[in-house]
Design a protein around this ligand. Structure first.
Ligand code: SF4
Length: 192
């Protein structure tokens, strides 16, 4: 899968708690990125699937809409990873919404369209909150991803202190058999 990371994030202006542990602060500002036209991005998508991530990719709504249309014309399926705060009418082939603390807001247009609800297990996420979010999105796969403690790379560890994010994520998955544990494998492998 081709990954396209779009610059710009609205987490700070919305007061989202993920700014405390975000692993991609280099994507927060629009001018952090390298400017590329939609046609060039589409031309470089040489794999059957492409994932739009960020930052918050839907802040570049027009470019995303044009890119999705171009990719679909060439048979590329388009996945989206979003924090869920921005609506979109684009016809994505897979939608991952990862709502953020403290209130885990999800814009009105997403319920019923979410394939995966990715919840980062940090100090804010308890089982009751995860259950509330899961109940509100019954068609979504629920994935719990422990907050990665450390600065990345193959030597970094999770869950050194109890109750660790990893332990809590495993506990929640064990008590909710339909839920899944999600790990950032690229960070364990040291791949950026
Ligand atoms: S929304 Fe995503 S990119 Fe933005 S601060 Fe939160 S975790 Fe980082």
């Amino acid at each position: 899968m081709t990954f396209v990371r779009l610059a710009g994030c609205n987490a700070r202006e919305l007061g989202l708690g993920c700014v405390a542990w975000c692993d991609t602060p280099g994507s927060w500002n629009l001018d952090d990125g390298r400017e590329m036209g939609v046609a060039l991005v589409a031309a470089r998508a040489c794999l059957p699937r492409l994932c739009l991530t960020g930052g918050e990719p839907l802040l570049q709504a027009q470019g995303v809409a044009e890119l999705v249309d171009l990719l679909h014309e060439s048979g590329v399926r388009v996945h989206l990873e979003t924090n869920g705060t921005v609506d979109s009418l684009c016809d994505f082939d897979w939608v991952t919404v990862s709502p953020k603390p403290p209130d885990y807001p999800i814009a009105a247009g997403w319920p019923g369209r979410i394939d995966e609800l990715k919840l980062i297990v940090d100090d804010s996420l308890d089982a009751a909150t995860a259950e509330r979010l899961a109940a509100a999105h019954p068609g979504a796969i629920i994935c719990l991803q422990p907050r990665f403690e450390g600065l990345g790379g193959p030597g970094a560890q999770v869950g050194r202190t109890a109750p660790s994010a990893a332990d809590r994520a495993v506990d929640m998955v064990m008590s909710h058999p339909d839920w899944r544990l999600s790990l950032q494998m690229h960070r364990y492998l040291g791949i950026r």
